[in-house]
Design a protein around this ligand. Structure first.
Ligand SMILES: [Fe+2]
Ligand SMILES: [Fe+2]
Length: 169
């Protein structure tokens, strides 16, 4: 992995307006990043998955029904490509942009990297009380994980673990 994830995290977290609330802020992004690690499989691109975590919701205008935030994030990527994403090549940027653009529109794409991005975001739906549906997950690993009988318990432990890890980082 060449991408400086901590630097990107700082960059987007600093720009997230305090008025925006917490549903889509850095705490969510941290969990998406960790879920991305959990869902990783051979052939996928971890740099793209980590960059997705910290960018996909970064251009929201509100914490609710902002349907254009995915395409907006995709366009934003062009503007920070040199300053923040120079570690990514053209193909990686293309995947990252597609993942951001489509994350609220498509269930799956068939591209393992993009599909892991989608699932890492969906795995965190319980924060708003929504249990992810296995049929709507993009990867088998994601579908299997949200199908475990004690998913809610697993999720609660996961939230605490990520919080502790970040606090001690
Ligand atoms: Fe989103
Ligand atoms: Fe999200």
């Amino acid at each position: 992995m060449k991408l400086n994830v901590k630097r990107l995290r700082r960059f987007t977290a600093e720009r997230w307006p305090k008025s925006m609330g917490k549903t889509h802020g850095v705490n969510h992004w941290d969990r998406v990043a960790r879920f991305g690690e959990m869902l990783f499989q051979e052939g996928a691109d971890m740099d793209v998955i980590q960059a997705f975590a910290y960018l996909h919701d970064s251009q929201r205008n509100n914490d609710g029904e902002d349907y254009e935030h995915g395409p907006r994030a995709s366009k934003f990527i062009d503007t920070i490509r040199v300053s923040q994403l120079s570690a990514l090549n053209d193909e990686q940027i293309d995947k990252l942009k597609r993942a951001c653009e489509l994350h609220t529109i498509e269930d799956r794409t068939g591209d393992i990297t993009i599909d892991i991005c989608f699932d890492s975001d969906r795995m965190d739906l319980l924060r708003v009380g929504i249990t992810p549906l296995p049929d709507r997950m993009a990867t088998k690993k994601g579908a299997d994980l949200v199908s475990i009988p004690n998913y809610k318990e697993f999720y609660t432990d996961f939230v605490k673990k990520v919080k502790d890890e970040i606090a001690n980082d």
